[in-house]
Design a binder for this molecule. Structure first.
Ligand code: GLN
Length: 485
């Protein structure tokens, strides 16, 4: 039976001749077929994946040097370009579009001999928290199929949760990797803004967007990060900071955590989640580490600031989808250019994307710019200052990932504000650009998993991943992500 719990274990078996890349690909193709109803994948590249696996097996048998991700089976979110493969952002406006080039992250995966098995479902243009805004329909949570996967990278999360690939890529603008990871009981990691190139990632809100990683364990996430991070001549916002060996160094030093009291006392937070995290805090202290409660006066401002700034950026980023050079074009006749744009855009985009384009256009318009956009930017600056202050004394911030476990399908679709407010704990890391990870440490009495979020100072991925490994080992409540309710 093909059952490996980490990339290392799988690659060790490969070199020992106990398995092959072909066996791995056939195993995942079988599982994908079996789990079709979860709707995690929108395109599967069966033939090409088998061909690639065969070539890799031959290369290894010939005794040639193999890549760092040799044979690792990966899925990518439908907002990441993969040359000559379909790319739609789960939107009608990009129906039948094919990537003309590959994202830098994808190029790096391929260079290290990973196998990309398919493209995963997501919310349209990565806007959403439940994957219910996709032109392909909902993704089901494999632990309880009446619940959402989380979003916007819902398909990428379920692909890992349900064992349909080893690791996957998503994008995280305001929590879209950490929150679905939390809902699905897996690891979800968003690196520092500028750690991974955004070249070839469809833009939602460019000063927030970052590619993130889903995995079943911290070590695998570190391995992928090590491969895809680093400078890129095609993205001037990527840092030239050295990419560290995230998985190799172990450390034992005392850890200094802070948490914001208001986040654990917030009325929207499920009491069991609060209790779970409070118990974890006690456990961390018992292990000899420091955990300090701080006050955080901005908690109620972060979601509004996030939605003002991201919709403003989105309204500009999405103006390129006009049906002129590519993408959906209405079949209806139009009398002039404005009408032509209107028809293409109103027929091509879904409801949530249109809501956000309108909101973003509004907050940028004359007369409202200062009241909304400029003010939200000031909030962002305050948050950055606060973060710098916290990290001058502490190494990590602990926070819930989401105020509740995965919602029931349809539970929040009629109330966009309630949906936005549920992003209360994830948007902070994107507003401040810091790295953050959701670790699947808990199980709710209703049977659903939930995690804890750990954040570190910008570019401190190494210590964040090391602390995460220690927290994963510390928790006695860990469980298999595949376990059904
Ligand atoms: N739920 C958030 C939103 O809808 C986050 C999305 C994301 O990170 N892509 O904007």
């Amino acid at each position: 039976m093909f059952a490996y719990t980490s990339i290392d274990q799988y690659q060790h078996a490969l070199t020992q001749g106990k398995t092959s890349c072909q066996e791995a690909v056939h195993h995942y193709l079988f599982e994908i077929e079996n789990s079709k109803h979860l709707n995690a994948f929108v395109h599967v590249f069966a033939e090409k994946a088998i061909q690639k696996a065969t070539a890799l097996d031959e290369k290894r048998s010939a005794g040639k040097t193999i890549g760092k991700l040799h044979g690792v089976v990966i899925a990518i979110k439908d907002v990441i370009c993969y040359k000559d493969h379909p790319l739609t952002a789960a939107s009608g406006i990009l129906k039948n579009f094919t990537s003309l080039y590959s994202a830098t992250a994808v190029e790096k995966l391929l260079q290290e001999e990973a196998i990309i098995i398919g493209v995963c479902n997501c919310d349209e243009f990565a806007m959403g928290s439940t994957n219910e805004n996709s032109v392909y329909g909902n993704v089901l949570n494999a632990i309880d199929e009446t619940r959402v996967s989380g979003g916007s990278s819902g398909g990428s999360a379920v692909a890992v949760q349900a064992g349909l690939c080893m690791v996957s890529l998503g994008s995280d603008t305001g929590g879209s990797v950490r929150q679905p990871a939390d809902f699905c009981g897996i690891v979800g990691f968003k690196p520092t803004y500028g750690r991974i190139s955004r070249y070839g990632l469809i833009a939602y809100a460019s000063s927030f967007d970052q590619i993130g990683i889903f995995a079943t364990n911290v070590e695998d996430a570190g391995k992928i990060l090590e491969t895809i991070a680093g400078p890129d001549e095609y993205d001037s916002t990527v840092s030239k900071n050295v990419v560290q060996k995230y998985v190799e160094v172990k450390q034992n030093k005392k850890l200094r955590f802070a948490y914001f009291r208001e986040t654990l006392e917030h009325p929207s937070l499920d009491r069991e989640i609060a209790n779970g995290i409070n118990e974890l805090i006690e456990q961390i202290k018992d292990e000899g580490h420091e955990v300090t409660a701080l006050s955080f006066e901005y908690l109620d401002y972060i979601v509004p600031a996030y939605y003002i700034l991201t919709t403003a950026e989105a309204s500009s980023n999405l103006s390129r989808y006009d049906g002129v050079r590519y993408g959906y074009r209405s079949a209806k006749p139009s009398a002039n250019l404005t009408e032509f744009y209107k028809l293409n855009r109103s027929e091509g985009f879904g409801k949530e994307v249109k809501r956000r384009i309108m909101l973003g256009t509004f907050v940028l318009s004359t007369g409202y710019y200062d009241a909304y956009f400029a003010k939200a930017q000031k909030v962002r600056r305050k948050l950055v200052e606060k973060t710098e202050l916290v990290f001058s004394e502490f190494d990590f911030i602990l926070m819930p990932t989401s105020p509740s476990v995965a919602f029931k399908i349809g539970e929040k679709t009629g109330d966009p504000i309630a949906m936005y407010l549920a992003d209360i704990y994830t948007v902070f890391a994107n507003l401040t650009g810091i790295p953050a990870i959701s670790l699947p440490l808990f199980k709710h009495s209703n049977g659903m998993p939930f995690g804890v979020q750990v954040m570190a100072k910008q570019f401190n991925e190494l210590s964040l991943l090391q602390a995460s490994q220690r927290l994963m080992k510390m928790s006695a409540i860990r469980r298999s992500p595949l376990e059904k309710k």
